[in-house]
Design a protein around this ligand. Structure first.
Ligand SMILES: C[S@@+](CC[C@H](N)C(=O)[O-])C[C@H]1O[C@@H](n2cnc3c(N)ncnc32)[C@H](O)[C@@H]1O
Length: 327
C-alpha cells in the first residue's frame, strides 16, 4: 500500500517503486471513459494504477527502448486499454496526431530516470557502479563519454555549473580536460574518481560526483528542453478540466514546472499599449493552479522508498474558458 493506492504488483516491475502514487492518482481526478497520458511510463506504476482505478484508456510514452520490451506484459494485461509508444513527451502533439487523438483528459509526467535505469550499471547513470560512460536514455546520440572527451573546458564548466549547480564547476572541468589528455574517459568510475579528487564530500555526506553526473545526464538527454516542450504540448492537448500532474526531483525541473503553471494561471496584467490584450490572455490564462505549494512525500514514504525524498508534485487544471472578468 503506497499513499492510499494499491497497484497490481504482479505486473509492474518491483524494481521501481512509484513515487507519490496516491497523490498523483488523486491529482489526475480520473473519469471513466477518459484518455490519459503517462508521459514517462518507466515500470508502468502510474499507468497500472490509472487503468485499475477507472474504465479509461492510457497512452503511455517512454523514450527508453528497453521499456517497451519490459512493458509488454502490462500492455497485454489491459487488453487494448493501454498503448505504449516509444518516443519523447516533448513530441506529445506529434505522438497524439499519429495515434489519431485530438485531446486528452489528463497528463502525468514523472521526471528523470527510473530505478531500473540507475541500477543497471551498463547504462552508465550511476557514479557508484562502474560501467560505460553512457547515460543516453534513448541509447542513441551523443554519449556522456563523447561529451566529456570532446567539449571545451568552458562548455564543460558551463554545463556542470548550470545543470549540476556545482560551485566548483570550473575546477572539475579543468581536471577533466587535464586527465582526458592522459587517458580518455570511458568508464563512470574514472570520471567519479577524478571529480572526487577535486571536490570534497559535503558536510551532509553527499558524494561530490552527484552534481556533475546530474549535469551530464540532463545535458545528454536535453531534459530541461524536453520538459519545456512537454508542458507546452500538454497545454495544447488537454481538454477543459483536464489535469496536468508533474513530479520533479530537483530544483531545476521544479522551477520550470512551477513558473510555467504560475505564468499560465496568473491573472493577466491590465491592458498595455505595448502588448495586444488577446495575445496576453490566450498565452497566459490557460490553467488553474490546484496546489499552491508543491506536495512532497510523507516521512513514511521516504523511509520505505528513500529515492522519493526529493520529489515535488505540482498539479494544474486546464481552464474551460477565459475567466469572465477578462472577457
Ligand atoms: C521516474 S521514471 C518513471 C516511473 C514511472 N512513473 C513508474 O511508476 O514506473 C522516468 C521514465 O521516464 C522516461 N523519460 C524521461 N524523459 C523522458 C522524455 N522526455 N520522454 C519520454 N520518456 C522519458 C525515462 O526513460 C524513465 O523510464
Amino acid at each position: 500500500m503506497l499513499s492510499g493506492v494499491e497497484i497490481n504488483n504482479t505486473i509492474t516491475n518491483p524494481d521501481h517503486i512509484p513515487v507519490l502514487l496516491g497523490e498523483v492518482i488523486k491529482g489526475l481526478d480520473l473519469k471513466d471513459g477518459g484518455i490519459y497520458i503517462d508521459g514517462t511510463f518507466g515500470a508502468g506504476g502510474y499507468s497500472v494504477a490509472i487503468l485499475e482505478k477507472k474504465k479509461c484508456n492510457v497512452i503511455a510514452i517512454d523514450r527508453d527502448p528497453e521499456v517497451l520490451e519490459k512493458g509488454k506484459n502490462i500492455v497485454e494485461a489491459f487488453r487494448g486499454r493501454l498503448k505504449l509508444v516509444q518516443g519523447r513527451f516533448g513530441d506529445l502533439q506529434e505522438i497524439l496526431r499519429r495515434e489519431g487523438v485530438n485531446s486528452v483528459d489528463g497528463i502525468v509526467l514523472d521526471l528523470g530516470i527510473s530505478s531500473m535505469q540507475v541500477d543497471d550499471r551498463l547504462r552508465g547513470f550511476s557514479f557508484l557502479r562502474d560501467g560505460p560512460l553512457d547515460m543516453r536514455m534513448e541509447k542513441a546520440g551523443m554519449s556522456a563519454a563523447d561529451a566529456i572527451n570532446t567539449l571545451s573546458e568552458t562548455d564543460l564548466s558551463d554545463i556542470i555549473s548550470r545543470y549540476g549547480e556545482e560551485r566548483h564547476a570550473s575546477r572539475v572541468a579543468k581536471a577533466i580536460v587535464k586527465n582526458r589528455k592522459v587517458r580518455p574517459f570511458m568508464r563512470t568510475i574514472h570520471l567519479a574518481d577524478t571529480i572526487r579528487s577535486e571536490v570534497r564530500r559535503s558536510r551532509a555526506g553527499i558524494d561530490p560526483a552527484t552534481r556533475t553526473f546530474q549535469a551530464l545526464r540532463i545535458y545528454i538527454n536535453d531534459e530541461l528542453g524536453e520538459l519545456e516542450r512537454g508542458l507546452i504540448g500538454a497545454e495544447n492537448v488537454l481538454s477543459a478540466n483536464g489535469r496536468l500532474v508533474a513530479v520533479s526531483f530537483h530544483s531545476l525541473e521544479d522551477r520550470i514546472v512551477k513558473s510555467f503553471i504560475r505564468d499560465r494561471s496568473k491573472r493577466a496584467p491590465g491592458p498595455s499599449r505595448h502588448k495586444p490584450i488577446l495575445e496576453d490572455l490566450e498565452k497566459k490564462i490557460s490553467f488553474k493552479m490546484i496546489n499552491m505549494r508543491a506536495l512532497t512525500p510523507s516521512r513514511r514514504e521516504i523511509i520505505s522508498n528513500p529515492r522519493s525524498r526529493s520529489a515535488r508534485l505540482r498539479i494544474a487544471e486546464k481552464l474551460l474558458t477565459k475567466p469572465k472578468n477578462l472577457n
